[in-house]
Write a protein that binds this ligand. Structure first.
Ligand code: TYM
Length: 330
């Protein structure tokens, strides 16, 4: 069985974009792969995030993984910082990445263009992510479109390392869902729906209550063409069609057919109700799980222990290959 690895970064509340582009698909894939899912909390430190908020986000994301049905018996579910091998392999990754190629990462360039200061950690973010993937001999990395460039650089680093030291890393492949790989904002459908968003109406959070979801969809930007057609000329309508088709597991064509002759109000309200049906129970489960921190701590520990076994083995192999001395061998 091949190994699957993916993660989310706890820099804010998870969105419908994270859900449709990633987490929903993980649940469907976990039976077909040896699956490993992480809360990438070290990644969250690459931007300025409040410590209380970070702790809260870590628990919420971990609870979300369980609430959507990721199974800690079948899969490994853990927090990145609790497996110290991540920080160790990240250093090795840094030493095998060229400054030029890291400078070309679009997410870094975007931050650099708009943030007052950017940390060295933010620059090194793709190398930390590459280490995440490579520690577990990963074959498949399911992500949304925005993370594909990071999977690509991970592959480049692994290929480079293998070419120099012989077969060490499994070369992973990134996969994006056919539909839903880039859910756009509801107010600005030309921009990705993101956790770090100033305009709350642009984003559906997994934890939003039913009425908030209804209100946000009601306010969603469409256009004046008065037709429900998928295409570049109708980004708002297309985004709603994508959301509807992802949730109802039908093609865009089928979704379009379903709304034939309907007005935008119907498209918005039916999409809102589909979203509520799907994420409402998840939101309630998250709440319930978060009230039991002891259980979450226990599950985190279980996941970290399982993850560490694999991670240590890979890291020891890497240390030996580059010529470091493993004292435990002596
Ligand atoms: P993060 O937390 O930004 O996003 C988590 C996942 O959600 C996807 N995603 C979206 N998909 C569709 N539409 C959107 N609007 C949307 N927004 C986000 C992302 O593509 C991602 O799959 N660096 C990663 C976390 C990470 C990771 C890893 C992922 C750390 N190590 C190793 C894979 C493998 C991140 O910040 O994801």
């Amino acid at each position: 069985m091949e190994t699957l690895y993916s993660a989310t970064k706890p820099t804010g509340k998870l969105t419908l974009g994270n859900y449709l582009g990633a987490i929903k698909n993980w649940k469907e894939m976990q039976d077909k792969y040896n699956s490993i899912f992480a809360v990438a909390d070290l990644h969250a430190l690459t931007i300025n995030v409040d410590s209380k908020e970070l702790e809260e986000n870590i628990y919420t994301q971990f609870a979300t993984f369980l609430a959507v049905g990721l199974d800690p018996e079948k899969s490994i579910i853990y927090c990145q910082s609790q497996v110290k091998e991540h920080a160790e392999l990240a250093w090795i990754m840094n030493c095998f990445t060229y400054f030029g190629e890291a400078s070309r990462m679009t997410q870094f360039k975007d931050h650099k263009a708009k943030d007052k200061v950017v940390s060295v950690g933010l620059f090194a973010y793709p190398m930390l992510m590459a280490g995440d993937i490579l520690l577990y001999n990963t074959n498949v990395v399911p992500v949304g479109v925005d993370q594909m460039q990071h999977v690509e650089i991970c592959r480049d680093i692994a290929i480079r390392f293998n070419a120099r030291y012989g077969d060490t890393f499994v070369i992973p492949r990134g996969v994006v869902p056919k539909v839903g790989a880039k859910i756009m904002g509801l107010q600005n459908p030309l921009k990705k729906m993101a956790k770090s968003e100033d305009n709350e109406n642009n984003v559906i959070y997994i934890e939003d209550d039913d009425n908030t979801i209804r209100k946000k969809f009601k306010r969603a930007v469409t256009d004046s063409l008065n037709q429900i057609k998928f295409g570049e000329s109708q980004p708002g309508v297309s985004n709603l069609l994508v959301i509807y088709s992802c949730i109802n597991k039908i093609s865009i064509e089928e979704a379009q057919k379903h709304f034939e002759g309907c007005n935008y109000g119907t498209l918005k309200s039916e999409t809102a109700e589909s979203v509520i049906r799907e994420i409402g129970p998840i939101r309630d489960k998250i709440k319930e799980l978060k009230e039991n921190r002891k259980y979450l701590d226990k599950m985190m520990k279980l996941g970290a222990e399982k993850a560490r076994k694999i991670a240590r083995e890979t890291l020891n192999k890497v240390y030996k290959k580059v010529g470091l001395v493993l004292i435990e061998d002596k």
